[in-house]
Every structure is written in C-alpha cells, then in structure tokens.
Design a binder for this molecule. Structure first.
Ligand SMILES: Cc1cc2nc3c(=O)[nH]c(=O)nc-3n(C[C@H](O)[C@H](O)[C@H](O)COP(=O)(O)OP(=O)(O)OC[C@H]3O[C@@H](n4cnc5c(N)ncnc54)[C@H](O)[C@@H]3O)c2cc1C
Length: 457
C-alpha cells in the first residue's frame, strides 16, 4: 500500500484539516468526512488498497469495538452530526449518524416529544454508535432496544455503494428489511451515515421511586406488581445490589443518600402520567401499597428529586475510577435465576481471585445485569480467571447470553461461542463476507467458532 498516495487522496476528499491523529488504543490516523458521499469516497480508497477501517462514534462503547491496532484507518462520524429533517405529522426525525443521543433528546423535548432510547452515556454516545451496538438502556421495558426505535437507515458499504431507506413507510415487505441487518452489526457490515428515528408523545409528568429490599425474590415480587399495576406507563425498572449502591451513593452525595446504605437490594422504578404528573405518583403508590416485602422507599415527584435518584443508577463511572483495574460484564438470563447465579460467581471469585470486588446493577425487567469487577492487577492472568468465573457458570442458567446489550467488540469475541452455535457463527460470517468481501470493516471484531474462541481466551 502506498500510504502517501492514499493520504493525499483522502485529504482531497475530506480536506487536510479533517485528517487527524487517532485516539489512544485506536487507529493512528482518522478521517472526518462531512457528507455521506465523502464517506463513500473514503471507503472506495480504503477498499482499493484493502486497508483495514474502523468506524468511530462517541467512543463510549464498553466492549473495545473502537480499539484497533494503529495501522487501521479511522472514519469518524463527528461531522455527520446534523438534524436533517423532521416531519411533525409522522413524528419521524432524520439525523446524521454522528448526532449525540442527548441532542436527539433535546430536539424531541423542544417539540414536546421524546425518543425512546436513553442511557447513561447520552451526552457522548452517537446515534450511529447506538445503532451499531443496538443499544438498550433504561427504557427497554417500554420502548424496546434501538432496533425498535429506528425506522430507516442510510448506510455505506465497504465498496462505497450507498443504501438509502429513509422513506419511513410503516409497511414495506418488498424484499428483505435491509435496515435491520445493520442494527447491532457493530460496524462490520457498513457505516451508518443517517438514521430515521421514531419519536413519540411526551408524558405530562413522571415520578420515580427507590425501594429497599432484603432479597432478590422480593424484587421479583415488586417487579411483577409494578408491571401488573402500571402496564404501559412503567418506563424503567432498574436494580442495584448493596455494594454498588453504597459505593456510588457515597461518591456522589455529600449529603445523606435518599435511602440508608446497607440494604441488600435497591429497586429504582420510573412511571409516567400521560395526562398529568399526579397520575404517575398515584400509580406508583397504588402498585406498591399492598407489598409486605418492602423495607423502605424514597419517592421522587419532581425532576430534581428524580435526577438525584437516577444519578446513582447512572453513576457506574464511579466504580471505573475506584479500582486500578475494572472488568465489565453484561449478561442476561431469566430474572429469577440471578440469586443462584450471583452466589455462584461470588463463590468462584472468592476462591480464585481473592482481591476481586464485584458490583452488580442493571435492567432487572429485561433480565440484564451488569457486573463491574475491580481487582488490583497483581495476577497476570486475572482477566482470564475473572472471565471464567463469570462465563463458565452461565451454561447452567440457560437461556443466557454473554452480552445482553453491549455487543461483542474486540473484548468478547473469544467468548462468542458460549452464546452462539457454530451454525449461527458461520451464518454471521457468510453475511459479512457477502457485504464486505474484502474484509476491511472492523476486522478486529472477529466472529470465531468454539475451537478458535477457546484458544483465544
Ligand atoms: C456510562 C455508560 C453507560 C452506558 N449504558 C449503556 C446502556 O444502558 N445500554 C447499552 O446498551 N449501552 C450502554 N453503554 C454502552 C453503549 O453501547 C454505548 O454508549 C453506545 O451505544 C455506543 O455509541 P458510541 O457513539 O459511543 O459508539 P463507539 O463507542 O464509538 O462505537 C461502538 C461500536 O460501533 C461502531 N460504530 C460507531 N458508529 C458507527 C456508525 N455510524 N456506523 C457503523 N458502526 C459504527 C464502532 O466501530 C464500534 O464497534 C454505556 C456506556 C457508558 C460509558
């Protein structure tokens, strides 16, 4: 490959100031195209040279999907950040892939609407990154994952061809639904450049409640009661185990926390009132009043009170900073299996990595719990051993997954075989080869069958 000629051509396409140095742990050089056509021109150049490419969004992904060897070329979506068009009658919004999730929320709020996907990284992550990872977040219980909130896409394939479906037809069974295959494909099939998003009516008000409980079984009782009583008005139902609540609430609040620390389990629920805010409060109180297992509650009826409760659930970066090394996990299984599974993981960690401290929290209603496990890094194979402690027991709790919402990335590729059959992995690789025959897109994310996976771990 003649790098100088390639660089000169790239500068011609995007302008000299948009060929920049890459992030740490990523490609040495990054281009920042400002239009879909410029993305296509860059890809044609990379394709001709068989040069490996990684797409960079907000860099908030949790599975090292943007961590590549330095000889890769990065394509950043930073300049593809425009709100392109909005149709108030259909509530459909077209945005560039580099638009921040928070900007979509602000746009929606300005039009008295909302966008269903929300997560802690909202200020940094991009719509393209959310689509590439099929991000979930706090309101999957109500709005589904990103897949359910995206109506159309514009995508550039590795050879530079552009697929555009931003028409927003509610029904179109004329052939395959190509949009869906790119959602959750982690940049391995094409680069998303625009998205057509579905907005919906904003509620008149919301209310949240933090509930302290003695056991996970009680959390399941509360969850069922809330789902029954609140139905569609239940926006979120999140869980935090004691260690997580204690660490994060201590770091965040100079004042006393909303509930005393030390309870085994905390549930955080948010409910909406469609016509007025009081409806939300009434349905929360109605759902909880007859449940004996509740130890304590803190009700939040104003936005300020609610954000105080939610800052604890969204404050996982506190854990990131609290330990020299932190490994993140994102497993899913049936909610009622978590008591036994977590006890199993704790016992294995205690026996094998005595300095490891695990924090558990996440999306209980979706059967999706995040584990952040801090350790001192003294043992050179701590990562492998901790991964075994978390992943080995999963097989006893089928159906389960090694990655509920974060994707595979570079970090979890060696464990894909634990959650996908050999036939499924082969089919994924065939789709990939069909859409990116030169294999230039995110080739560091490899979908490996069991024998290779076992060796790589
Ligand atoms: C504090 C915090 C909380 C989080 N909470 C949640 C949560 O609740 N639920 C959840 O699902 N995730 C959560 N995440 C992780 C989540 O996956 C990312 O935040 C987000 O979806 C990734 O967007 P990004 O723009 O940062 O993508 P990046 O990190 O830049 O990229 C992620 C992957 O997508 C690819 N990619 C990026 N843009 C494109 C594009 N336009 N076209 C094709 N491929 C592309 C990249 O190559 C990479 O493989 C959280 C992360 C943080 C830091």
């Amino acid at each position: 490959m003649n790098t100088e000629i390639l660089l000169a051509s790239l500068r011609q396409v995007v302008g000299g100031s948009n060929v920049i140095a890459g992030p740490p742990d990523g490609p040495a050089l990054v281009v920042r195209p400002g239009t879909t056509e410029a993305v296509a021109e860059c890809l044609k150049l990379f394709h001709a040279q068989h040069a490996p490419v990684v797409t960079l969004g907000g860099l908030t992904g949790l599975v090292h999907g943007t961590h590549t060897p330095s000889h890769y070329f990065g394509i950043s979506t930073e300049r593809l950040n425009k709100i392109e068009s909005f149709d108030p009658s259909s509530r459909l919004l077209v945005v560039g892939a580099g638009t921040k999730l928070e900007a979509v929320h602000s746009f929606a709020a300005d039009h008295d609407l909302r966008y269903g996907v929300d997560l802690g990284a909202r200020g940094s992550c991009t719509i393209g990154g959310n689509i590439a990872t099929n991000a979930g977040g706090n309101s999957v219980i109500r709005f589904g994952m990103t897949r359910s909130n995206v109506v159309g896409l514009e995508v550039v394939l590795s050879d530079g061809s552009i697929l555009t479906d931003l028409r927003g037809l509610p029904k179109n069974n004329a052939g395959y639904d190509l949009n869906q295959i790119f959602i959750g494909s982690e940049g391995t099939l094409g680069i998303v450049t625009k998205a057509l998003l579905k907005l919906s009516r904003r509620p008149a008000g919301t209310a949240s409640v933090l509930v302290a409980l003695n056991h996970l079984n009680s959390a399941l009782v509360v969850m069922e009661a809330m789902e029954r009583a609140c139905g569609n008005s239940l926006l979120a139902l999140e869980i935090m185990w004691s260690r997580y609540f204690e660490k994060v609430s201590t770091a965040l609040s100079a004042e006393t926390p909303p509930l005393p620390r030390g309870h085994p389990i905390y549930l955080l629920a948010q409910v909406e009132g469609v016509d007025n805010g009081e409806q939300a409060v009434d349905s929360l109180i109605g759902a909880l009043e007859s449940i004996d297992d509740i130890v304590d509650t803190a009700l939040a009826t104003t936005p300020v009170q609610e954000s105080r409760l939610w800052s604890i659930r969204d404050g996982s970066d506190v854990i990131e900073r609290a330990h020299k090394h932190v490994l993140s996990f994102d497993v899913s299984m049936r909610p009622h299996d978590y008591a036994a599974y977590i006890a199993d993981v704790e016992a294995r960690l205690k026996a094998r990595v005595s300095n490891a401290i695990a924090y558990y929290f996440g999306h209980l209603a979706d059967g999706n719990i995040h584990f952040m496990i801090g350790h001192d890094g003294h043992s050179s194979d701590a990562r492998r051993v901790i991964e075994e402690c978390v992943y080995d027991p999963l097989a006893s709790y089928e159906p389960s997954s090694i990655s509920a919402e974060h994707g595979i990335g570079r970090e979890k590729a060696a464990h894909l075989w634990r959650s996908r059959s050999t036939a499924e992995i082969a089919a994924m690789n065939r789709i990939r080869a069909a859409l990116d025959p030169a294999g230039i897109l995110n080739q560091h994310i490899s979908y490996e069958p069991k024998s290779l996976g076992a060796r790589a771990s």
